[in-house]
Design a protein around this ligand. Structure first.
Ligand code: HEC
Length: 98
């Protein structure tokens, strides 16, 4: 019985700990929700002239600018996504590189 209690405490502590880690925006989730329609899952779909993110040479900071303010046919996302989400999705697009 005692052992069950100890185990229960440990389990509760683990749950508490996982809940305490701050909610970091998931760049992949944001990308799949807002960007795949034009850029595609791999970043290279190119709908309505969308830039190929898999070969883009822009730095993360430059991508943050394009995503925040838009450019030509690329929409501005500052009304839809907060800074943290834009940063997370910009970081995610860096990983699409082949
Ligand atoms: C309506 C279609 C559309 C959507 C949705 C869209 N984009 Fe774009 N994106 C474009 C187009 C078109 C361009 C090229 C703009 C240009 O020609 O100046 C572009 C360019 C970019 C660039 C610049 C790449 C380079 O090398 O110049 C980045 C970074 C980018 N998009 C990221 C994103 C992210 C991240 C999202 C989701 C939050 C997103 N885009 C959603 C159409 C879209």
């Amino acid at each position: 019985m005692k052992r069950f209690f100890a185990f229960g405490c440990l389990f509760a502590a683990v749950l508490l700990f996982t809940n305490m880690t701050p909610d970091k925006p998931d760049g992949e989730k944001v990308y799949k929700q807002y960007c795949v329609t034009c850029h595609g899952i791999g970043g290279d779909m190119g709908v309505s002239g969308a830039a190929n993110l898999a070969v883009s040479k822009l730095t993360e900071a430059e991508r943050i600018k394009v995503i925040t303010n838009g450019r030509n046919n690329m929409a501005s996302f500052k009304a839809l996504l907060d800074k943290d989400k834009i940063k997370a999705v910009a970081a995610y697009t860096m990983k699409l590189k082949k």
